[in-house]
Design a protein around this ligand. Sequence first.
Ligand code: TYD
Ligand code: MG
Length: 455
Amino acid sequence: MARSQPTFTCLDCGAVHGKWAGRCDACGAWNSIAEEAPLSAGPAKKSLGSQRGRQVSLSTLNSNEPPPPRSATGLEEVDRVLGGGLVAASAILVGGDPGIGKSTLLLQVAASIAKRGQTCLYVSGEEASAQIRMRAARLGLAEAPVQLAAETNLRDILTTLDAVAPDLAIIDSIQTMWADNVEAAPGSVSQVRAAAHELVTFAKRRGIAVILVGHVTKEGQIAGPRVVEHMVDTVLYFEGERGHQFRILRAVKNRFGPADEIGVFEMTGAGLAEVANPSALFLSDRGRSSPGSAVFAGIEGTRPVLTEIQALVTPSPLGTPRRTVVGLDGGRLSTILAVLEARCGIPFAGLDVFLNVAGGMRVSEPAADLAVAAALLSAREDVALPPDMVIFGEISLSGALRPVSQTENRLKEARKLGFSQAVAPEKSKADGGTGMQVRRMPDLTTFVGEMFAAG
Ligand code: TYD
Ligand code: MG
């Protein structure tokens, strides 16, 4: 059935609404809803079922087809996140804040692929070729045989791709592309969707891998990458704090690999450097053990990563004390504070709480709960934790410590970095002779009693 009513789409999250509103119900963003022209304004066409189509050929699940061919990019951290390399005929979206380093990363990927003898076309809608060449020179990649184009007209780009048939095409960015068959401004929901759809179907048909760059937008002027997430095979987000030099490439969707893998980079004067051992990096600027600091032994994808969790607890001058969190979920902090108060009798009322994951890292594992509680208690009691101790465990609402996965990997990583003791949930699996002294505890009350007995 043809739609004749305009629809209203949130530029942040892509949710579709029946009418305009100041705030998107789905993601809570203000001023992000824009009107989208109806898909088909012409006279109602006959329904698809009224005319017979072609019968499609069917196959079974156990075919002997080989797995899709992959080609490594040569950047190990990128390959890890992709699940082993680029898959031909696949579409990848790389989202991130403007200025975080997406173009830099992708130029490095393009150069690396081109140096391996594959054809790579880098299409920029944002920068002139001269600008890209300047960046390449700065990165020491000027000699790489990457094919450059500065263009925004999608029809011309598709024609070029058809003629050149590269192994990889990079489109920087999808928000600057302009399809002349859609009557809307570049960056609008309709344009971004149409351009992404054209590029993805083209990639599938011609067996080309495409990488689309998408800016995450705060102002709601242009459509964010969420609008095209569902069309692509792989969604990667490039994140990091502006003030920090660490950048994390995180897979949030991957049809060809694990979806929780991260790649870690450091932004240097000569581009992004791969960080093979992120734990050492995240802990590198840790001072002597001070109150309010706890080291969490976490797992990111297939790799253990140690991070420092820092807390500051001070008397609050405000009626409603502050709860400020960076790098962790604010809701999780509230839950842990509530459990500490209700199950252990340690109130945080009247106290401002600031919580931070050092180095600009973001932690989403529930296993971080116990390390968060430890940092909070250490700050509140002004007692430093042993400097050679790592902590992990999920806290349930009853105050019990629940076991977490991959205990052995966490302990091994800690051992490797010079830690010698750990606090873990009682029921966690055996540590397999990692050489760590592991203190197993059944619940939060035991933990408080053993670690902060004097407090
Ligand atoms: P860029 O890749 O242009 O970001 P995006 O494409 O995500 O908008 O990165 C821009 C930032 O990276 C800019 O602030 C400068 C910094 N940068 C470096 O620190 N070192 C470098 O070698 C390069 C090329 C950029
Ligand atoms: Mg850019």
